[in-house]
Ligand binder design. Structure first.
Ligand SMILES: Nc1ncnc2c1ncn2[C@@H]1O[C@H](COP(=O)(O)OP(=O)(O)OP(=O)(O)O)[C@@H](O)[C@H]1O
Length: 276
């Protein structure tokens, strides 16, 4: 039995029918990172700066290893047709949780069960930086399992959706010449050209401009209506409110709240106001 286990394919549900079948089940999940050369043992909070400064001045390298416990006992079930937002402070474990659901990080303990193969669309999702945007469209589509015929059909639409040619012929330039917003748009446009059982979007919307954000939010709604499940990590409460019907709030790797968007985002905002 593997850590990443597959649920049987779920049938779409008719309106008024029983609750939609699950697409992702996360059961008491813990994820840890092992950081080498981190000084080892406990975090030295008191003399931390002094110790680090002394290390730099004497050019001593940090030795030993430290374990970062990034996700701590998270559990939830996602269903078909849901768009689920992930919110929480910096370093609260949102990206780690998505990476574990995508099967890119092994659980330290607990289980992740998924229907189909989840697709993680991150700002750092790998396309080839030395290839042109146009070539990356083809590469990305083939990598998602499209046939050459399907790629031909979708090609123009993807470039148009990404908007990379709006201000000149950027499609024929290598991706390394793109701004971070432009590459995020292209990645989103490629991933959104196909429907996914489980699509996970990590902050891609934050880097796009307002017009692109509107287009991509509409596309997320469409993908969700096609009976998939969409996860969206974002620091924009507005994007979360406009796109998601359910929200998971993480802090320090723990699930603080799981519920309807308005309830959870309002509680999160109150928490942030208190912290200020
Ligand atoms: N590759 C890594 N190696 C070691 N620790 C990591 C690694 N990636 C993340 N972490 C740690 O895991 C914890 C959770 O990080 P994660 O990136 O999942 O948070 P996040 O909620 O997505 O943050 P942000 O909102 O800033 O993007 C943090 O303490 C972070 O320092």
């Amino acid at each position: 039995m593997t850590d990443q286990q597959t649920l049987p394919p779920a049938e779409p549900t008719a309106p008024g029918a029983a609750p939609a079948p699950p697409t992702v089940i996360v059961d008491d999940l813990h994820v840890t990172y092992r950081v080498h050369g981190a000084g080892g043992g406990k975090v030295d909070r008191g003399g931390g700066a002094t110790a680090a400064l002394a290390r730099i001045l004497t050019r001593r390298r940090a030795t030993g290893a430290r374990t970062v416990h990034a996700v701590r006992g998270v559990g939830f079930t996602a269903h078909r047709g849901e768009a689920i937002g992930l919110i929480g402070s910096n370093g609260s474990g949102k990206s780690t949780l998505l990476r574990a659901i995508a099967g890119l990080l092994p659980p330290a303990s607990g289980h992740v069960y998924t229907a189909g193969r989840p697709s993680l669309l991150g700002v750092n999702a790998a396309l080839m930086n030395d290839l042109t945007g146009e070539r990356n469209v083809i590469l990305g589509c083939l990598a998602m399992g499209m046939t050459p015929e399907q790629v031909r059909e979708k090609y123009d639409g993807i470039l148009e959706f990404s908007g990379i040619n709006d201000k000149g012929d950027f499609g024929s330039l290598p991706m390394r010449t793109y701004s971070s917003g432009m590459s995020a748009r292209l990645r989103f446009a490629i991933a959104a050209a196909r429907s996914h059982d489980v699509l996970m979007v990590d902050e891609a919307l934050a880097t796009g401009d307002a017009a692109f954000r509107k287009r991509s939010e509409a596309r997320i709604r469409e993908l969700r209506e096609k009976a998939g499940t969409v996860f969206l990590v974002s620091h924009s409460n507005k994007s979360i409110r406009d796109t998601c019907d359910r929200v998971l709030w993480l802090e320090r790797g723990e699930l603080v709240m799981d519920g309807p968007t308005d309830e959870v985002v309002t509680a999160y905002q109150e928490f942030n106001d208190k912290e200020k």
